[in-house]
Design a binder for this molecule. Structure first.
Ligand code: HPA
Length: 268
């Protein structure tokens, strides 16, 4: 595994003229257009990268964008690998391992999730303050001791200093933020009403199907993480969300998400 990670990283370094990104960004919901805002120096389709998981989803835009935004060198992943798609955890988290070897010092992530905290509304942005992992742990198996410890500490999993920075930026920019615990399940089903109640009972504020594996692996390697979730539905409400409203909220959330991420990157 370590050899595969190193090989892929070496290939990318060659292909990008030894571009050294400072920030790795996983572009989930809310950051769909963020890739276009990056002054791209190199764009690599996942399919062209040796050792990368092969995307099974047709028409799926899977690529790494290397470039500059707000004066900082970043690598952005457009398209991530979900466990529910059938990839083993080693593949889901492979790109994060590679980005570490390329030099990233921070990992920024966005995603969509279903609110279970009843004070959350569709379209809200939630700063992920912590998570509960209900998926298989991606670190199960032989430890890659060169990259991190056997028993990683998960305190400060979502970096407190980065959260404080986000809070200050949001206040300044007039962006409303929620804060909470993201419960990562395997999906692909959304939760039953009983499961949403269970997630709430164990301390969750939202339910989602991504992010947790990537963040665990990043923390294994000591990378500070920052994650924001767009609340796209409210799990405990009796009604299904109005689809158009969700879309509209999602678009509006994207503007706030981009503003927040840009300022975060600028002020690192
Ligand atoms: N559950 C799990 N994942 C999700 C949800 C949800 O309600 N909404 C968006 N992603």
């Amino acid at each position: 595994m370590l050899a595969a990670i190193k090989q892929t990283a070496a290939w990318i370094q060659e292909a990008t003229n030894h571009f050294t990104p400072e920030v790795g960004i996983i572009l989930g919901t809310g950051l769909g257009d963020f890739g276009e805002k990056i002054e791209a120096a190199h764009i690599l389709d996942y399919a062209s990268i040796p050792g990368f998981p092969v995307s099974t989803v047709e028409g799926h835009k899977g690529r790494m964008i290397f470039g500059t935004i707000e004066g900082r060198k970043v690598v952005a992943m457009q398209g991530r690998f979900h466990y529910y798609e059938g990839y083993p955890m080693s593949q889901v988290t492979f790109p994060v391992r590679v980005m570490k070897l390329l030099g990233i010092e921070y990992l920024f992530v966005s995603n969509a999730s279903g609110g279970i905290n009843t004070s959350f509304r569709t379209g809200d942005l939630m700063i992920i303050t912590d998570h509960i992992n209900l998926m298989p742990n991606p670190l199960i198996g032989p430890n890659l001791a060169e990259l991190g410890p056997r028993f990683p500490d998960m305190h400060n999993c979502y970096d407190k200093a980065l959260i404080a920075k986000a809070t200050a930026i949001a206040e300044r920019e007039g962006i409303k933020l929620q804060y909470g615990v993201y419960v990562g399940g395997t999906g692909p089903t959304f939760e039953t009403q009983a499961e949403y109640r269970y997630f709430k009972a164990i301390g969750g504020d939202t339910a989602g199907m991504s992010t947790v594996p990537e963040v665990i692996v990043a923390r294994h390697m000591g990378i500070p993480c920052f994650g924001v979730s767009v609340i796209t539905n409210c799990g405990l409400s009796d009604e299904l969300g109005d689809h158009e409203d969700v879309q509209r909220q999602g678009k509006k959330a994207a503007v706030r998400m981009e503003t927040l991420f840009k300022a975060m990157i600028r002020e690192l």
